[in-house]
Design a protein around this ligand. Sequence first.
Ligand code: NAP
Length: 321
Amino acid sequence: MDDSLTSVKLSNGLQVPALGLGTWQSPKEEVKTAVRAALDAGYRHLDTAYNYKNEDAIGEVLQEYIKSGKVKREDLYIVTKLPMIHMEPKLVKRSIEMSLKKLQLDYVDLYLIHFPVTLSYDGDDENTFPRTEDGKWKIPEKSDLLETWKAMEELVDLGLTKSLGVSNFSISQVERICKIGKHKPVTNQVECHIYWPQNELLEACKKLGVTITAYAPIGSPGRPDRIKKEDDPIAMEEPIIQKIAKKYGKTPAQVLLRNLLQRGMIVIPKSVTPERIQSNIKVFDFNLTKEEMDEIGGINVKRSFFNFMGNMCENHQERPF
Ligand code: NAP
């Protein structure tokens, strides 16, 4: 079997487990159950963010597993993200320190800029998405993405993170960072699933030595209603996916994940349901044929479920989409 897909080598020589647990919208009590189930099932890669407000609950379980000797810190791959309200360079180090404290860790394995647009910081660390009166995100008069990146680089030099990355960045934004960076981004975490395959971004990032981490890999069926449209397609119900799942005796979710892994991506499916968490990692014991990969690639419905974020910051020079 094709074990080579279980991990991905990054441009800085480090390895990342190709499948991790997503934790967006996982409330504290549920995320504890989820992380325990994931670690027990063999997950070593966890994806969180300052903005998810669950780092402290994840930290509790990590401590529990490390202290009891069930896992070793060096075998874990912990990812968190710089919130948009802390992108002013002078706030960056304090922000990762806040995350590390909650996670009860000395370092994370990967620290990402969550989104390329800086939001106004008014001293309230809980107000992660400040709004203007018209409901849009509140944007400061000046911000400079490259200066934020330089502040991120200091975190590697200080040993607070092993690697750096970006999220929701456009091709030109990744290129700009790669050009100036002393430490290059090892990944760009972006929306990616059968309806939003990111072919162009994947190719461009590959050339730059930047991996793609696919968020919403099974189509984010639990995303909030306010961002759902009535005619949004449902990836797990897509007939081609169901047909292939039946052939291999796999679930549609497993086929969706395997498809992205075979495209060379890292995937971070979210679940708080232990059975689903256990099943989502069982994707390394079957192989989609080239014909099946092509058939999935040929699904002609194209739809982003997260482009609303671009609409929230229409006038910002770094709006990525
Ligand atoms: P997703 O992983 O595609 O879908 C998660 C949803 O699918 C949850 O509602 C989950 O339900 C359900 N689910 C999971 N496994 C299933 C299975 N085997 N069968 C049926 N349903 C299943 O979408 P996502 O959470 O939007 O994205 C994944 C992760 O990417 C996030 O959690 C987060 O870590 C990251 N992310 C990052 C960004 C960013 O801006 N960087 C944006 C979005 C997401 P239950 O939990 O109820 O089981």
